[in-house]
Design a protein around this ligand. Structure first.
Ligand code: PMP
Length: 314
């Protein structure tokens, strides 16, 4: 779909996956005026297909569009387009328990710009890709390098939105960490270099004495849909779950650490390394991480009752 002069979007069309033309002087190519989202469609045991809280992704895209001076599709247009694209690709949604269909909406400045300014026209498009279960629940765990060298986001920057240009600056530090055997990097804040922010593509949580903490979403971390869902589910189970600043030293003292995101689901962190200090955390069957994993993935895959009305049928 393309935006109209008044900032609304007209209905789009389903076309086969392939290359498309874009102006060399578009604002996305020159200035990174673009956003993305990530969602997953799951097949239930009864063969039906469902998605999880899609309106939350639509609202996050609208928030990002406001920040980058782009018009955005309405929540209804967004969710409807996602449904249409999944229906057109329904045969690619893996069988129950065998993975998901990843759905990637993009919104970007496709109109031509002369100077450094927002594009007069934007494009909203969605593509899909089947995914296998690459994380097998919490039976495997992540090893994170805590790094203060390069913060992921700065106060007043774009860390709070899914701006396409947030991701390439961390390629280098993540590549270096992987070369040393780590799964990913846990970034610290850009001002005091001691408060935990997030991992390159997921949110961070700690558990200490059955209290669950995650950093507050005050503009430098992405307010994850999974993060918000886990806070609500943990509270429903009777746990104290808070959005609260905590330092790397507090993280190293935690009982459990886990990450949340659409792609990673809930992943236990088995080890963190900070300034050569390695600390192991509790993982496995008898953890709160596992309990929350079972609950949210059960809802997403349709085997646990969705009492919150989060699931949308395709
Ligand atoms: N932080 C970052 C930087 C991410 O890219 C993602 C993935 N969207 C998340 C957190 C988790 O967000 P969500 O749970 O909405 O996938």
């Amino acid at each position: 779909m393309k935006s109209n002069a008044d900032g609304t979007f007209s209905d789009g069309a389903i076309i086969p996956f392939g290359t498309f033309q874009i102006n060399p002087n578009s604002s996305v190519l020159n200035y990174g005026q673009g956003l993305f989202e990530g969602m997953k469609a799951y097949r239930r045991e009864d063969g039906g297909v469902q998605i999880f809280r899609p309106e939350q992704n639509a609202l996050r895209m609208q928030m990002g569009a406001d920040r980058l001076l782009m018009p955005s599709p309405s929540v209804h247009q967004y969710v409807d387009a996602v449904k249409q694209v999944i229906r057109a690709n329904i045969r690619w949604v893996p069988p129950y328990g065998k993975g998901s269909l990843y759905v990637r909406p993009l919104l970007f400045g496709s109109g031509s710009v002369l100077g450094i300014s927002p594009a007069p026209q934007c494009t909203f498009l969605i593509y899909t890709n089947p995914l296998s279960n690459f994380y097998q629940g919490t039976s495997t765990s992540l090893s994170l390098l805590v790094d203060e060298k390069l913060p992921r986001a700065f106060p007043g920057g774009t860390g709070g939105i899914k701006n396409i240009s947030n991701y390439s600056p961390v390629f280098q530090v993540v590549k270096e960490a992987k070369a040393k055997g780590f799964s990913d990097v846990l970034f610290l804040d850009a001002v005091e270099h001691k408060y935990v922010e997030e991992v390159s593509s997921c949110n961070a949580f700690i558990v200490k004495d059955n209290v669950i903490l995650t950093p507050p979403a005050t503009g430098t971390i992405l307010p994850g849909v999974t993060r918000n869902s886990i806070i609500q589910l943990a509270r429903d189970l009777g746990y104290q779950a808070e959005e609260c600043k905590f330092s790397v030293d507090e993280l190293l003292e935690a009982d459990e650490v886990f990450c949340t995101g659409t792609a990673v689901g809930i992943s236990a962190v088995g080890r963190a390394t900070y300034k050569e200090k390695r600390v192991d955390f509790k993982t496995g069957e008898d953890t709160l991480t596992q309990k929350l994993y079972d609950l949210i993935t059960g809802i997403q895959k349709g085997v646990v009752e969705d009492t919150k009305g989060w699931v949308v049928n395709i």
